[in-house]
Structure formats: structure tokens, C-alpha cells
Design a protein around this ligand. Structure first.
Ligand code: ADP
Ligand code: ASP
Ligand code: MG
Length: 818
């Protein structure tokens, strides 16, 4: 015999019920005998709760909710029942519904609902659904009988989560089944007391009913039919990468469901375990898939853990004080005080100092629990041996479950690492003594992020995902997206790195897609679906999504965007940027950004701030962190000025060369922005700070190459006219240099904390003598590289190399991820 249970998710509408009837028919053909258990139709129990609540508040909205519920049942019955049987069944349904309406009206009048009445109201969900389905089956020539489980399942009087009296219940079931040989179609979830008052077995309790009937009847297997392919490594609604498990042990299933995996109701495992009956979770919408089997074996797979689950709203009560240290029986007293009030303790942890104890409970029990503890420890609180208990709310519990954990060291380390790298603070942590589970209490806002980060860490440690938020889609941003598009497949295949672009913004439009924006056609998508850019809402949305391994990429040159980095890093999101504005702003802000990244375990990378894609900042920081001492840094740090002076030979005047550079697009639209040296100054400032000097921009001595009269020219045209008048001065400088066999270079240098930028002559032996086109060059003189410096040379500007550098920073962060 097999017991088949269909949950509300499988019987949401007429089509889904048709599908279930198909499964029932094929099961009848395959098995000698089956028993069917049904939940209420989809969301009906929730709605019954809602309407009782409204009625008890004296709110007439309950009537509307009731009407909707009535309509849902009648329309399903009408659609699926044969016309000839319809009228008698509808008449019976009407009777049920009238009774329900009467009770609700009563609640409305007295403005109060007792747990007993609540259970009675809830029982209509299962009674209506099962009654309708049993008649649909009869209509389709399946000989069966409707069975209201209240007549057999006996419980105590704990309405809401009644305890089953197994001996009586099993006897009742066996006696009944001895007499009734037809297929039984049974209501899940409900039972009754010895006085025949209706009780319910706790939310999700239809699974339990199935297990109770299976145990009573010594069934061969229990099939729980639901809307997913089995028990997954995490709730597939919260973790997209979760995958179904082949099998797990009863204990593992119990732990998982206790900690929130709603796919199976926790007590379901007990009767099944007693009788060693396997429970198979199957998908009504993918019926050929084998699903997950829960039985006596912990199926040994290759992973360190089985699954991760979470409870999304708990309260934590902390009780602490010196009076607890070394005193025996405190935990015992807490348990009994809370037990006496029927408060379910989800988790309890004690600091090794014994100074404090944390207890997690459901939020609705928190106030009562606090009161119970205040009463129990009245004397100790009065004597200040123990502080008044403190309640924290809006927390979640994450539980990592699996029998493989027992013998595997390093699990907690991995949990801490995955959470830490995503800036998730662990408020309390507990390990079950069986080592079957480790649970952590965290802020409710971090739940999905924690689930995904842990899932990646334990199941997909080989595949990493980074989530990118790109602001600025101009030359550099656009090129970066192109490069990502070209490399996505390669990185996924060779490096098991999954790059997702979650959001894009340019100055006009922005767009979010948590499934990832295809980098090969982002333009169309942004054009089509984008909405008006607003930096505040971009940042707000990014924080709200709270995805693990998030990187904010600023490809703008904007001060406004740069001013938001701190807030972004503080939200545990890494920042990568070629934008120099933040690092060359105030030293205080620069330091704050470093500290925020450190505090939140994220990265702030900006290799492209200096020398575009050339590895300058990383080389410098590697030298500094490995203990080398930087003696001097010299460089030609502007591609534009490099071009101007390498092209400045005897056949052209200085202004002609500047003009030529402007025409080739090597300068800013107004070349004065290059010639004034401020861009180089910002770069030198960043290098100085990286070396350890707390300089400000004003501390850098800059030789401004724009001749004084040309500085306030009103237009670039006027600027060129004025510049021309100074060609002779530049020519003299060039000739003087040439006479000595030297060339002119615009050199930035840092020595003993002094930063200066000036036009200098260098001779043939100098590393900067032979430079071509717009190359940058950097010479790092250190204690270890004193006589012959480390020289880095190459193109120091351009969209391609800059975007590559940004991409390299993204990959650097990805490598750091676990
Ligand atoms: P039913 O109505 O069939 O009883 P439920 O909604 O009670 O269905 O349970 C199925 C749901 O459980 C799934 O849709 C899924 O979102 C949720 N769930 C939570 N954790 C898990 C998990 N680890 N594996 C599978 N499903 C899970
Ligand atoms: N209908 C009940 C509930 O929603 C029982 C169940 O679905 O298992 O809680
Ligand atoms: Mg369920």
C-alpha cells in the first residue's frame, strides 16, 4: 500500500486538479492499494485565517474574503464535476459553506476568536477540497469514499498544533480500514479531541496526516506530491541555484524542516521513522522525476553538507548577568519556564563564559517568553544578578544540515568565511550536539544573501558568481561590457566564474534585472526597458537586492558618484573604478573608503586610476605590503603629455603639436585640462597615498604648462592663438635640451614625501628617454630595487586598456571570493 498526499500547491485550480487526477489514476494502475490525503486548495488556509482575523476585529471585509472563497470552490466543482452529479454535490457544498459563514458571522458579532473556533474554521479548507475531489474521482469511475479524518485522528486539546494520541488513532484507522475496502480520500491537517472538538495539526500538517495513516496501515511508501522536484539543497524560491537531493535521512529531514524547509512538515518524520516507511517527495508538475527519498540512510553525496534552510522571522531573547556563571540548572529553569507556557524554543546558545544565554522563539511568543523569564528569575533580576531579558526582533535563523558534517572539520570556518566576505554579521551561533546542524542567527535583511552565499560556498564552491552594478556606459563602460560579453563563456567554462550584470545606468537611463542583463545586447534593453536615472534609487535598489558577491563599477568621472562609495562599501558591496575623483579627494575620505572596505570585508579596487590598465597600483601595494620601502617614484603619467613631448621634434611648433594631439582625440576637448598638470597631480597624489603619505592635492607642486596669458582664454580657439605666442619659449627649451643630447619629459616624482611635477630634461641613460607615442612610464625605486628600478611602461590611456584594467580588478575580486 502507498499513501499519496497532495498539497495545496498541487490543487490550486481546475487544471492542476485534472493533472492530480491523472497521477491518481496511474498510481491506481501501478499499485495494489493506495490511500489519498488532500490539503485545502491553494492558499485557502491562509485566507481562512485572514477572514477569521478580520471578522474578529469586527471588520466586514471578512464577507468579501468569504465570497471569494465560496466562488473558488463552487467554480472548481462546476468545472470538474459531471453535470448529472453537480446539483447534489453543490447542495452539500452549500451546506458546508453556510455553516462556515455562520461561524464567521458569530466571530464578527462577538469580536473574538478562540483557538478552538479558529481550528474549526480552518477545518473547512480540507473538508471542502477533499469532498470535491472525492466526487470528481467518483465521476470518473474511481470507486472511492470521502473520509473526514476528524473521526479517526484523535488529539489532545492544544488547538493550533494538537498532539496526536497515537494508540487511539492507529486503532481507529485500522478498525475503519478493515471495514472500508474502497479507496479512501482523506482530509489532511485535521483531527478531533475526545469530545469531538475539531483540532488542527499545525500549519503544513497534511504531510503529518499522511504519515500517521501510513504508519497505522503499514504502508510501503508515503508520496508527498508538491510543486518542486523534491527536497532541494535550499528553498528554490530563495536560492536559484538550489538543486534537488536524491535522498536524505529522517533526522536530516527533521532538522531541515524544523529550521524552516516548508517542503515537509517536521513531525511527519516521526510515524514514518517508527515504522521505517520511506517518504518520497515528488513534483506533480514533473511526475516522471524520481524526487527525493527520505529514509534510514543518509545518502552519502560528495558535499560536506546536505542542505541549508532558514526561518525568516524570529525573535532572540538574551538573558545575561554575572549571576549565571557557574550556576547549574539555569538552562533547565529557562526550558521549564518557557515549556510551562507552551513556548517552542527554536534554538538556544550559551556563550562559553556562561555569562549569557540566547533563546530564539517565534515573534508572537516573544513577549510571553520575556514575561515567563522575568517571573522565573524574579529574585535574580531584583538582586541584579541577572539583567532584565532583552528581546531583539526582525532576525532570521539559517541552518546548515547534514550527517556528513559529523566527521568533517572546518565547516564552521567556511560558514564564517562566506558570511564574513559578504558583510553578514552573525548574532548567535549554535551547533546541535549531534553535529547534524549548525544554526546561526542573523539580521532578517541578510537572509537571502546569506542563503545564497552559503549555498555557493558549500555546493558550488567550484562555480562562483559575481553580481555587477555598472554605472557609466560611455567609452570605458561600453568597452567593458563588450569585453565581458566576449569572455563570459570562457570564464564560465575555464574558471567556473559566472558574471552577472544586475544593473546598468548611464546619465539618462537605468535598468535592473536580477536574472542578469545580457552584455551583448544591453543597449537595446536599456533603451527599451530603462527608466530615468536616479543615483539614489539605483543605490537603494542595489542595497535592497542585497546579493552576495556584489561589485559596484563606476565608469563615470563624476564627483557625485564617487561621493557615494563609502555608503556602498558600508553595505558590503565592493567598488571597482577608473574614476580618480574619490581617491584624489580629501585624504580623510580616501582613508574612510579603505577602512570601510576593511570593516566590511569587501574590496575597493582602482588599478585604472593611474596608468590605465598598467599594473602600477597593484605592484606598488604588493611592494609596500611585502615590507619593501619605496624610495622614489617617477613617471610620465599622462598619455597626452607623453605624446606631445615625444612628438616635439624640430619640424613642428609646440602649438602645432598640441593642436594635432587635440585633433587625434588624445587631449581633453580643452587641452588646457591636460597641460595644466592637474590630471597628473591627481595620479601622483594617489600613488603617494598608496605609498603611505597623507598628502592632499594642494601639497603637490605642479608646473602648469599653460602659459599665463592663455589660462583665461575664453575659448579653445582663443587659447590656441595665445599659445602660439609662446611657441618660441617651448622651442628654446627643446633646443637647449637637444644641444645636450637630452629630451623633454613632463615628469611626476615623489621622493621623501615630496611630490612635484615638472618639465625636465632627461638624457639617454634615463629610463624615460625612449618613449613612444602616448606611452606612460613609471619607475619605482625601492630598497630592493635601488640601482635599477622596476619600470612599467606601455599605453596609459584609451578605452580598451582601461576597460581591461577594470575587468582585471573584477577578476581579482572574484579570485578572492570563496
Ligand atoms: P504543499 O502545498 O504541496 O504542501 P508547500 O508550499 O507546503 O507545498 O511546500 C513546498 C514549498 O516548500 C516549495 O514550493 C518551496 O518553496 C518550499 N521549500 C522550502 N525549503 C525547501 C527545500 N529545501 N526544498 C524544496 N522546497 C523547499
Ligand atoms: N492546509 C494546511 C495549511 O495550509 C495544511 C497543509 O497544507 O498541509 O497549513
Ligand atoms: Mg505543505
Amino acid at each position: 500500500m502507498k499513501v499519496l498526499k497532495f498539497g495545496g500547491s498541487s490543487i490550486g485550480d481546475a487544471d492542476k486538479i485534472r493533472n492530480v487526477i491523472g497521477i491518481v489514476k496511474s498510481s491506481i494502475q501501478k499499485n495494489k492499494k493506495i490511500v489519498l490525503i488532500f490539503s485545502a486548495f491553494y492558499e485557502v488556509t491562509d485566507n481562512l485565517l485572514k477572514m477569521s482575523q478580520k471578522a474578529s476585529e469586527g471588520n466586514l471585509v471578512y464577507e468579501e474574503l468569504f465570497k471569494k472563497l465560496e466562488e473558488k470552490h463552487i467554480s472548481i466543482a462546476k468545472e470538474l464535476l459531471a453535470v448529472k452529479t453537480q446539483s447534489s454535490i453543490l447542495a452539500q457544498l452549500k451546506l458546508y459553506l453556510n455553516e462556515l459563514e455562520d461561524v464567521l458571522h458569530g466571530v464578527f458579532l462577538v469580536k473574538e476568536i478562540s483557538p478552538r473556533t479558529q481550528d474549526f474554521i480552518l477545518s473547512f479548507g480540507e473538508r471542502l477540497s477533499t469532498y470535491i475531489i472525492s466526487h470528481i474521482l467518483i465521476d470518473q469511475n474511481i470507486a472511492c469514499e470521502f473520509l473526514d479524518s476528524r473521526s479517526l485522528v484523535k488529539t489532545d486539546e492544544s488547538f493550533g498544533t494538537a498532539k496526536v494520541e497515537f494508540n487511539k488513532t492507529y486503532d481507529n484507522i485500522r478498525t475503519y480500514f478493515n471495514k472500508h475496502k474502497k479507496l479512501q480520500v482523506i482530509t489532511g491537517f485535521i483531527g478531533s479531541t475526545d469530545n469531538n472538538e475539531t483540532t488542527t495539526l499545525g500549519r503544513g500538517g497534511s504531510d503529518y496526516t499522511a504519515s500517521i495513516f501510513a504508519a497505522a496501515l503499514n504502508a510501503k511508501e508515503i508520496e508527498i506530491w508538491t510543486d518542486v522536484d523534491g527536497v532541494h539543497t535550499a528553498d528554490p524560491r530563495k536560492v536559484k541555484k538550489a538543486f534537488p537531493l536524491k535522498g536524505l535521512s529522517y533526522e536530516e529531514a527533521m532538522e531541515l524542516s524544523h529550521f524552516g524547509a516548508k517542503v515537509i512538515h517536521p513531525p511527519t518524520m516521526h510515524p514514518a521513522l517508527d515504522k521505517k516507511i520511506p517518504i518520497r517527495i515528488k513534483n506533480t508538475f514533473n511526475r516522471d522525476f524520481k524526487g527525493t527519498v527520505i529514509n534510514g540512510h543518509a545518502d552519502r553525496n560528495n558535499f560536506q553538507i546536505k542542505a541549508i534552510s532558514s526561518i525568516d522571522d524570529i525573535s532572540l531573547i538574551t538573558i545575561q548577568g554575572g549571576g549565571m556563571v557557574g550556576v547549574t540548572g539555569i538552562a533547565q529553569r529557562i526550558f521549564s519556564a518557557l515549556g510551562a507556557k507552551q513556548i517552542n524554543i527554536i534554538l538556544i546558545t550559551q556563550a562559553s563564559s556562561e555569562h549569557s544565554l540566547c533563546i530564539a522563539v517565534m515573534p508572537k511568543a516573544a513577549a510571553l517568553a520575556k514575561k515567563a523569564l522575568q517571573q522565573e528569575f524574579y529574585y535574580e533580576i531584583k538582586e541584579k544578578l541577572i539583567y532584565d531579558p532583552v528581546v531583539e526582533t526582525n532576525l532570521s535563523i539559517i541552518a546548515i544540515v547534514g550527517e556528513n558534517m559529523r566527521k568533517t572539520p572546518g565547516i564552521s570556518g567556511r560558514i564564517f568565511q562566506a558570511m564574513g566576505k559578504n558583510g553578514i554579521n552573525i548574532i548567535a551561533i549554535a551547533q546541535g550536539s549531534s553535529e547534524l546542524n549548525i544554526s546561526a542567527v542573523i539580521s532578517g535583511n541578510d537572509e537571502t544573501k546569506a542563503l545564497n552565499a552559503l549555498h555557493d560556498a558549500f555546493f558550488l564552491s567550484i562555480t562562483k558568481t559575481v553580481n555587477l552594478y555598472v554605472v557609466g556606459t560611455g567609452l570605458v563602460g561600453g568597452t567593458l561590457l563588450k569585453q565581458i560579453a566576449n569572455q563570459t563563456d570562457y570564464l564560465a567554462k575555464e574558471y567556473l566564474l559566472n558574471i552577472k550584470i544586475i544593473a546598468l545606468a548611464n546619465s539618462k537611463k537605468m535598468i535592473f534585472d536580477s536574472n542578469s542583463i545580457d552584455p551583448s545586447n544591453w543597449k537595446e534593453k536599456l533603451q527599451r526597458e530603462g527608466y530615468k536615472t536616479n543615483l539614489n534609487s539605483f543605490i537603494r535598489e542595489m542595497k535592497k537586492l542585497n546579493l552576495p558577491n556584489s561589485i559596484f563599477i563606476d565608469c563615470t568621472a563624476s564627483d557625485e558618484v564617487a561621493s557615494r562609495y563609502k555608503e556602498i562599501l558600508d553595505s558590503s558591496i565592493s567598488v571597482v573604478t577608473p574614476n580618480k575623483r574619490a581617491n584624489s579627494g580629501s585624504f580623510e575620505y580616501y582613508q574612510q573608503l579603505k577602512q570601510s572596505a576593511l570593516n566590511h570585508n569587501v574590496k575597493f579596487l582602482y588599478e585604472t586610476n593611474v596608468g590605465a590598465g598598467l599594473p602600477i597600483i597593484s605592484t606598488l601595494t604588493d611592494l609596500v605590503t611585502s615590507g619593501d620601502e619605496i624610495l622614489k617614484i617617477e613617471g610620465v603619467m599622462s598619455g597626452t603629455l607623453s605624446y606631445i613631448f615625444t612628438s616635439f621634434t624640430n619640424d613642428k611648433t609646440f602649438s602645432q603639436i598640441v593642436k594635432e594631439a587635440q585633433e587625434k582625440g588624445f587631449t581633453e576637448p580643452d587641452p588646457r585640462e591636460d597641460l595644466n598638470g592637474m590630471d597628473v597631480a591627481r595620479k601622483l597624489l594617489i600613488l603617494a597615498r598608496e605609498t603611505g603619505f597623507s598628502l592632499e592635492l594642494k601639497n603637490i607642486k605642479v608646473e602648469n604648462l599653460v602659459p599665463l596669458p592663455a589660462r583665461n582664454a575664453k575659448s579653445t580657439k582663443e587659447f590656441f592663438i595665445k599659445l602660439k605666442k609662446h611657441d618660441r619659449e617651448f622651442e628654446t627649451k627643446r633646443k637647449n635640451a637637444e644641444a645636450k643630447g637630452n629630451v623633454l619629459r613632463y615628469i611626476a616624482s615623489l621622493r621623501n614625501g615630496k611630490a612635484k611635477i615638472s618639465l625636465q630634461e632627461v638624457n639617454e641613460t634615463h629610463p624615460f628617454y625612449s618613449l613612444s607615442e602616448s606611452d606612460n612610464i613609471f619607475a619605482l625605486y625601492t630598497r630592493q630595487y635601488k640601482d635599477r628600478p622596476i619600470v612599467v611602461k606601455g599605453p596609459g590611456a584609451g578605452a580598451d586598456v582601461t576597460a581591461s584594467g577594470v575587468f582585471a580588478d573584477i577578476l581579482r575580486i572574484s579570485n578572492y571570493l570563496s
